[in-house]
Write a protein of this length. Sequence first.
Length: 267
Amino acid sequence: MRSLLHAGVTHIPKGRALKVRESLQAVGAPPPTVPQNKLETVVSVAQDTAEYVASPDLPGPAANVDREHLASSRVAALNVLARKVAACTRCAELARTRTQTVFGVGNPMARLVFMGEAPGAEEDLRGEPFVGAAGQLLTDIITKGMKIRREDVYILNTIKCRPPGNRNPSPEEAANCREFLDGQLAILQPEFICCLGAVASQNLLGTSLPIGQLRGRFHDLGGVKVMCTYHPAYVLRNPSSKRQVWEDIQKLMKEMGLLRETDRPTS
């Protein structure tokens, strides 16, 4: 179980299959570079008492592929990537000031990934994304608004280290960490990504458009549907934006087949 936690895995469900998609491509930007050593060719990890083996060419979820084995393969690959993140010193300031890296957490078979900008002070201490006040609001959006469990999604950030003073990540820092973000998404193969705030949205989509112009509609990212909305921390500072966030989440829910007739925007 230690390897599961190290990879940020909190839950492995049964019974639902996902489509196979090709590697993610940045919208309006050159395809991301995938280094040769991003994932070891073969890595063995112990999960409970069983031994699983995963390779970079992860099997897609097809009828003849056991779902639990696929989940285990993703866990193993995430675990390898998490160790690389933990050892990273590309951003000298962040490596010097961080308590620990914050890789990601959730379901390796999730249909939906929530993507923020960077860890804050609480996340830096606990090693898990979105655990402070903004994290509680995100949990409420997931559990009370979408009526699913936080454990049913995967949550990560654009960069994996806390910037001092909770400043926004610099373009150089985001570029240094892009390999790890692309690696996570390539392993997870989500159907949907919800970008929280301008930093996450602009970095993922390769655009300089403001969040006000990016939110409220879907963007295509190599076959993955991306919805952008305001960051929960922004909503806490600007409560009037709650309605716009809920409208964005409703569009996401409708596309995912989760929206019910009784769901209505709230003020």
